[in-house]
Design a protein around this ligand. Sequence first.
Ligand SMILES: [Zn+2]
Length: 243
Amino acid sequence: MRRRVFSASLKLLSEEWIRVGDKRLCVRYVRNPRAKRLIVRLQPDLSARVTVPRGLSVREARAFLEKHASWLKTRLRERERLRADRLGVGDQILLRGRPVTIEPDPERPGWIRFGDQRVRVEDGSGGLAKLVRERLFALAVEELPARALAYARVHGFRPAGVRVGNPRTRWGSCSSKGRVNLNWRLIQAPPFARDYVILHELVHLEHPNHSAEFWARLRTLCPGCEIARRWLSLHGPELMHAW
Ligand SMILES: [Zn+2]
């Protein structure tokens, strides 16, 4: 399944992840026989589309992209700044996988709410985006480790600890000392995707690799893990870049 419906003349040649600065960027190479030259465009979901004209290979397009990596980095940073500054009342964000609108709290002047969350907006508190992000982070700290520990109990895992962090490129990790780290942005993902990441990291306590045994074990605990992986690969880049 592909994220966008390409017009009939466009053909997806390759989909790859590249590193741009401290971020990962999804790049889709598409063939457009009518294109006269190579075109690189950042998409609204912060993936990149490289339109490859007839007669040029993906390898050549990739080399072009590598040469213009700093251009891409600048564009990405601009786009991020715009989004962060623009977040305001009336905008929608994801909370536990559901779109919720940021709106004034009718019961408390000077407060905003989104979903079941309320945040006080004071003068000089540094913009709405910062406040919303802080609230989401706090919520992640409240909910994610508790969820992970509950799963650990049920399935007999013994993590040395569960922490919430702010990595830019990973949903979770499991250290060699048995510490599970979870990305705070998982609070925005739907429960099935959040649980997949939690179970994935817990299974690493038994299999510190991505061997066939690892996946087999994970699949018994998380039968819907392919759907979760797909959700994360489709919507993850946007969540990773949004904050
Ligand atoms: Zn893994």
